[in-house]
Design a protein around this ligand. Structure first.
Ligand SMILES: [Zn+2]
Length: 221
């Protein structure tokens, strides 16, 4: 089962990817983690990436794709994977197709976590982060025991500038523009499965698993 998870900021994609991977016992491949790991381990690709990061530049697509190629060659990927954070645009999707073809792999299903703007705004603008340990809280959904104070370490909670309403709206706009052609691409290949992600994370997870399993069954028929 080779799955790509897509979704706008605030749809809970990262959390769902981790849980889905645990539930289906598949490797969770997040390009952000992959990049950090390569840098930390000082691999050749990691060193090249670090040069860009040290200069405050974006790591080029080709480098990230190479890291992905290495990861996708690992034996644990043979039984399937959950890809998270990649591709972000049509170009990357085409790069991924070439890369997978070389490895004799194919994407089975692209799950798009669809969230309404009001839910995303409510989720993201209410988010609080601990300045001490980085724990996440939410004004409504997961409030700290003491207002403004972290339950775990007593650190001060703050709102990321990224999570201010105007910024969230802008991030959503950028996301929509970047992914419109990507979504059409997977739609045309009949791989896109849309799923409403407005409900509780637990319910959304169940729906993704059901969808993935239905798809897996249809392959076996
Ligand atoms: Zn804390």
């Amino acid at each position: 089962m080779n799955i790509i998870l897509l979704g706008p900021p605030g749809a809970g994609k990262g959390t769902q990817a981790v849980r889905l991977a645990q539930d289906l016992v598949l490797p969770h491949i997040a390009t952000g983690d992959l990049l950090r790991k390569n840098v930390k381990q000082g691999t050749q690709l990691g060193k090249e990436a670090k040069d860009y990061m040290d200069k405050g530049l974006l790591v080029p697509d080709e480098l990230v794709a190479e890291m992905l190629r290495h990861r996708m060659s690992d034996s644990d990927v043979k039984k399937g994977f959950i890809l998270d954070g990649y591709p972000r645009n049509l170009n990357q999707a085409k790069t991924l197709d070439v890369l997978l073809k070389d490895l004799n792999l194919e994407i089975d299903s692209v799950v798009y976590l669809d969230s309404s703007e009001s839910v995303i705004l409510q989720r993201l603008t209410g988010r609080l982060v601990c300045s001490g340990c980085g724990s996440n809280f939410h004004i409504k959904n997961m409030p700290p025991k003491k207002t403004g104070i972290c339950d775990h370490c007593g650190g001060k909670l703050y709102q990321r500038t990224d999570d201010k309403e105007e910024t969230v709206k802008k991030r959503l706009e950028v996301y929509k523009q970047e992914t419109a052609s990507l979504i059409k691409y997977y739609e045309s290949k009949q791989k896109l499965r849309r799923l409403s992600a407005d409900e509780d994370a637990q319910i959304v997870l169940k729906k993704i698993i059901q969808l993935a399993k239905e798809f897996d069954d249809s392959l076996k028929v």
